[in-house]
Design a protein around this ligand. Sequence first.
Ligand SMILES: Cc1ncc(COP(=O)(O)O)c(C=O)c1O
Length: 467
Amino acid sequence: MLLYESLAAQLREQIAAGVLRAGERLPSIRRLALAHGVSAATAVQACLQLEREGLALARPRSGYFVRAQPPAPLSPVPRRRVPRTVSNPALHEVIDMLSRRDLLPLHAAVPAPELLPGTALAAALARALRRNRTQALDYAPAQGHPPLRRLIAQRYAQLATAVSPDEVVITAGAMEAITLALRSIAAPGDVVLVETPTYHGILQAVAALRLKVVELPHRPGGGLDLARLDAVLQDAPVRAAVLVPNFHNPLGSVASDADKQALLARCARHGTVVIEDDVYGELAWSGQRPAPLRHFDCHGLVITCGSFSKTLAPGLRTGWLLGGEWTDALVRAKYHSTVGSPALPQLALADYLQRHDQERHLRRLRRALADNARRLRAGIERHWPQATRCSDPSGGLSLWLQLPPGGDGTALFEAALAEGIGISPGQLFSSRGDYRDHLRLSCGLPWDEHLERALRRLGQLAAAQVA
Ligand SMILES: Cc1ncc(COP(=O)(O)O)c(C=O)c1O
């Protein structure tokens, strides 16, 4: 049992036994933390758990009170979304496609190698091996190489988001970070909330851990539909929400600061842990990096997942978690999973980050991605059927397209594959294979004639479907 669960159980017993009666104030967070020898974050979690169960009620600036009756719903439930298992066969096929090296990779949400600092990273790898061979070839600590953890924490400090190196856990990319976070806080059968559409890796992790999923759409103008979020959280206990608030994949949307805060307030009210996937946060094309959810987390509710895949090198397979009070559990999960991430990439990344001006590289990368996206959108306008709709993001690596009536993203994917062009069919981004008339294109490829020809060909194939 986690610390907060055990504290919640004790408080529950006191309520059941009448030691704490309806209307009475629970001990303050500070008192609870002191009396039980736990952190304030743990005490908050315990109170949130009781609130979620309808046993306690939070009053602004007064604390938590024992509730007289179970809470009434905040608003009528608009449409019941029943939690279900992920059942989308297309999710298995993506693994084959990702391992193909013979395609024009419009399906791969990564910057092209020429946009990444390959030479400097190769030098850093060689240096790490030459100077620290024993360490580079040994097991790394399960939590990760301390200098790299410190550098990651420093980067958040530059964003005015307080992070301690002690809560940074190095992982094999954000993908492993998401899996470890889910595995540490949810058990098979628990319900997890995701956005729809969402990154297929999140759906794969949810399926592999035998969790149930409930999907939440975005509002037409962008951002999570908070009214529906309320309904979903009231409908069934939701253990965790796995969200991509900054430059969402595939939508490209960014949640506003106000929406981020409102989202956290709702999740706090229901004791839902938020797993934030912030792999695209650094890729704001304007350079104005949106704040991570973690920045607004005053309840200790957020686990953040980050990665160097989209900014430095996907093949180094290095990402991280900001674990907060779950750090120990996450380090244990990491140890059970792989003992620790390989030492060499960690040493090399720490070396690279210390020697190079990361901001300078990011400025160039963001400009290139913005330019690629602009040209891709213009190419789509030129070569694709007129009624094709294309997202207009301000960062990240994805363009999300909707074909005109009669269009079929999966058929287009197959036709394109036969011609050596990779695209991502919309179906991949849903737990049950919705979005058949959608597809995602990556804007990681610099514009050239080859790309223009491929885009024109894709347009012809799309036009043939809707003619
Ligand atoms: C939203 C999102 N999260 C996580 C990942 C996986 O990142 P990594 O390569 O760090 O595992 C991706 C990759 O496309 C992604 O789009």
